[in-house]
Ligand binder design. Structure first.
Ligand code: HEM
Length: 138
């Protein structure tokens, strides 16, 4: 029962976090094509001021709920080493934790992500994580 609840919370939180990244990369980034520099800055800020109040916290919830799920489903490592489920889940968890570490540093400590400034990098990671989340069941 608790597992199902946390699983649902995990899905909603990654939906909010990943959903924003999809909208940003697919649609918001296109505003530049029709708006002037000044209009674009203003329009983007009008959206980002609300995004900042929700999206970083959704990422934190995704990490915390993900850690709980991980602790429940990873299981023992067998004599032959990790199963394909455990390998895929470990890669998925690593990428999720990386995003979380990056996001929490940015939100709580004002440390901007190293190297990548655009949302293309977290977007790509989310695409891979969602794919891995399904592959673990194969
Ligand atoms: C932003 C980062 C993350 C995204 C986008 C994400 C996405 C997802 C998705 C789409 C699912 C599949 C749900 C389903 O099909 O029912 C899932 C499940 C899962 N996630 Fe995440 N996740 C993230 C972070 C994490 C982290 C950091 C961990 C662990 C440290 C984690 C652990 C898990 C586990 C263990 C499951 C499997 C649940 C099950 O088999 O019942 N996730 N995640």
């Amino acid at each position: 029962m608790l597992y199902a609840l946390v699983h649902t919370i995990h899905i909603y939180s990654v939906f909010i976090y990943g959903g924003f990244l999809f909208v940003d990369i697919l649609f918001l980034s296109k505003m530049q094509q029709t708006l002037s520099e000044e209009e674009h800055t203003k329009a983007r800020e009008a959206i980002m001021m609300h995004v900042r109040k929700v999206v970083p916290y959704a990422l934190m919830v995704a990490v915390v709920s993900g850690l709980y799920l991980f602790s429940q489903v990873f299981g023992e490592i067998g004599k032959e080493g990790m199963s394909s489920f455990q390998i895929a889940l470990s890669i998925k968890a690593f990428l999720g934790l990386w995003l979380g570490f990056r996001g929490i540093n940015q939100k709580l400590f004002g440390i901007n992500p190293w190297l990548f400034k655009s949302h293309l990098f977290p977007f790509s990671l989310v695409v891979i994580i969602i794919l891995l989340s399904q592959l673990i069941y194969l």
